[in-house]
Design a protein around this ligand. Structure first.
Ligand SMILES: C[S@@+](CC[C@H](N)C(=O)[O-])C[C@H]1O[C@@H](n2cnc3c(N)ncnc32)[C@H](O)[C@@H]1O
Length: 145
């Protein structure tokens, strides 16, 4: 497929895990403290981030293959489309986690709640708004039962 957009990585994620196999399946499954390194030209954009308790991090799963559109994860009993999964394997390997902000640092900040390999490129940071983002009755039907 032709490339339809360009990305600028704004930093990278420093975590205790060196391979995908070492990582927790999702960030909520780990208490590890991780560091979000933001490149210098983008640090001005962190103004007021220190007031947020939780953030969305969007990151680029740089070790993931991109050629599977239907997958059968080990924990599922049948195949599912990549867009019904949180697998890193997808046409654009963008991942997201809601992380807890622990401390601001000169080159970024520390968080809890990540699930990615050390050095994973960072795409974006956004505040998590509990009032509008939380949907307690949301469902993923294929995962029920
Ligand atoms: C199931 S994905 C979930 C990612 C994210 N929380 C989401 O929902 O979009 C997490 C898994 O991706 C794999 N992974 C982590 N970092 C990766 C990277 N940089 N490249 C490829 N795979 C990675 C690990 O196996 C990890 O357990």
């Amino acid at each position: 497929m032709p490339v339809e957009a360009g990305l600028v990585f704004i930093g990278h994620l420093e975590t205790p895990w060196e391979t995908p196999q070492d990582c927790p399946r999702n960030g909520r499954a780990s208490d590890a403290i991780c560091h979000v390194h933001v490149k210098e030209p983008f640090r001005e954009g962190l103004a007021s981030v220190e007031t947020c308790s939780h953030l969305y991090l969007l990151y680029w799963m740089h070790h993931a293959r991109r050629d599977l559109i239907v997958q059968a994860p080990s924990f599922a009993d049948s195949p599912h489309g990549s867009f019904a999964l949180r697998s890193p394997i997808r046409p654009n390997p963008v991942a997201l986690s809601v992380v807890e902000l622990l401390a601001m640092r000169p080159d970024g900040f520390d968080v809890r709640g990540l699930d990615c390999v050390n050095g994973t490129p960072l795409v974006d940071i956004k505040p998590y708004f509990a009032g509008t983002d939380s949907i307690p009755h949301a469902r993923v039907g294929w995962r029920e039962g």
